[in-house]
Design a protein around this ligand. Structure first.
Ligand code: ADP
Length: 220
């Protein structure tokens, strides 16, 4: 199974693109943010530990992150999948090496890194409008708060739209700061290894997807 890492600042659309690739190419989308949010809402010991930290926009410790990621990877049935799409990891330089080990132990390696790019000001504007379905997690952009009868076009749930705990202005600003300081150097490391391809994410979802697909053709 080929492994693709999706990099990019908060709100750039990593989750949306990963979900599209998984659906159309038959891949496994692993979002560390979604895994950790799942832990947090399950009330597990790990979830309780990371909940406040995540709401502030801080990173969870590498130890907790890999505990969560490795147990998920070990539960995946990858027999049908051609691709493993990693969305949210690595997020700092130390996670690059640790991820290599975790993949190597499972007979895999990072085959491609796609960096989705967009100017920060545009992304901040996206956060103002960002809502997600509380049932399936699908992400939407709404000018104003959706009404109680608004329904999710993916899973059909109605009146379930919510804002993520870490999408408030202060947490968003903090997440961008962490991206700039801790995650941006990760892209430089992958560029030095010749694995990085950048994609302009300030376009419509399908246009971005076309560029992402093009980048993936070389490894599929
Ligand atoms: P976004 O990319 O939009 O900021 P994610 O859903 O990927 O959001 O992540 C949400 C939160 O989950 C992060 O702000 C952080 O607290 C935690 N998290 C996700 N991935 C990692 C990681 N690799 N290392 C540490 N914390 C992480």
């Amino acid at each position: 199974m080929s492994v693709v890492v999706l990099l990019g600042p908060p709100g750039v659309g990593k989750g949306t693109q990963a979900a599209l690739v998984a659906e159309r190419f038959g891949g496994e989308h692993v979002s560390t943010g979604a895994l950790l949010r799942g832990e947090s809402s399950s009330g597990s010991q790990l979830g309780l530990k990371v909940k406040d930290l995540m709401a502030r926009g801080d990173l969870v410790s590498d130890t907790d992150l890999f505990l969560c990621l490795e147990s998920h990877l070990d539960r995946l049935d990858s027999s049908e999948s051609v691709l493993l799409l990693l969305d949210g990891v690595p997020r700092n330089v130390s996670q690059v090496g640790r991820l290599d080990e975790v993949l190597r132990d499972r007979g895999m390696k990072v085959d491609k890194v796609i960096s989705l790019t967009a100017p920060v000001e545009e992304l901040v504007e996206r956060f103002r409008k960002r809502w997600s379905c509380g049932k399936c997690g699908a992400v939407y952009s709404f000018e104003s708060e959706p009404g109680v009868d608004a329904s999710c076009s993916r899973c059909g749930a109605s009146g379930k739209f919510e804002r993520r705990a870490d999408d408030g202005e202060e947490a968003v600003r903090h997440r961008f700061g962490i991206f700039r300081e801790e995650t941006a150097p990760v892209a430089d490391m992958y560029a030095a290894k010749g694995l990085l391809q950048s994609v302009d994410a300030l376009r419509g979802t399908e246009e971005v997807f076309a560029s992402v697909s093009e980048a993936l053709k070389k490894i599929l």
